[in-house]
Design a protein around this ligand. Sequence first.
Ligand SMILES: Cc1ncc(COP(=O)(O)O)c(C=O)c1O
Length: 295
Amino acid sequence: MTDLRPRLPSPLQEVADDRFERHGVRLLLKRDDLIHPELIGNKWRKLVPNLERAAGRTLLTFGGAYSNHLRATAAAGRLLGLPTVGVVRGDELAGRPLNPSLARCAADGMRLHFTDRAAYRRKAEPETLAALLRAAGAEDAYVVPEGGSNTLAVRGCRALGEELRGRADVVALACGTGGTLAGLAAGLAPQQRALGIPVLKGGFLGEEIQALQQRAFGARRGDWRLDERFHFGGYARVPAELDAFADDFERRHGIPLERLYVAKSLYALVTLAEEGAFAPGTRLAAVVTGAPFGG
Ligand SMILES: Cc1ncc(COP(=O)(O)O)c(C=O)c1O
């Protein structure tokens, strides 16, 4: 995979932002969005170990109509000459023109298989999965779960924590499945803390991250916690206030902000700094886990 020339370790960039400085907090951006132009952010860290394990087999994975993970998988397939199949939530989409995200997947050679929402929800159950693979004509495929967070992916994300050893006191990032946080926390040094900002509503994520760590490392690892207040109504909800925050952040720092994850995590950090959650002198690293599509 090194022939894809990843930029690793990813850069750690300090930015001057008065909303942190006035509380004595140093804000550092861990630019995982710069690792690779197409396998962006946590996608590189999660997918590469799976691509290696797939060893040339068709790679099948799952996602919604705007999934970053589907796009990254399709791009990886094109770059490495691997066949890919994307199982897309919502069979009602099958007869419609592809949205720009799915069109990109298809252009990268991903075969799209649309499935009804009930089957999609049960895709982790062996019988439903077997039926889905049959229906998609991909019975021998190497299967990567939705969001890409299997054990190999979680172990792959440990390197993110290792790159930050000694360089930050608190490391924060947005969480979907929690796989990135599960790995990151395991890679940090003992005195470092990880803070996850779930972008989905639900309050279920803590247990799932614990289970991911159990499977990947045999036990809970690292000092991590979640702040569940910043989902903005749920997945893919981007109210005007968040959009305005992200526009302003982009203007201040010249960094394009992915809205569904990265913007929510930075909004959370500004609020937490305002609340005095970080002691003066804290080096706060925010992981830029992705980039806007087409941005
Ligand atoms: C840009 C971005 N950031 C963060 C995440 C969350 O990663 P995880 O599912 O490992 O929590 C995702 C997941 O797809 C993502 O696309």
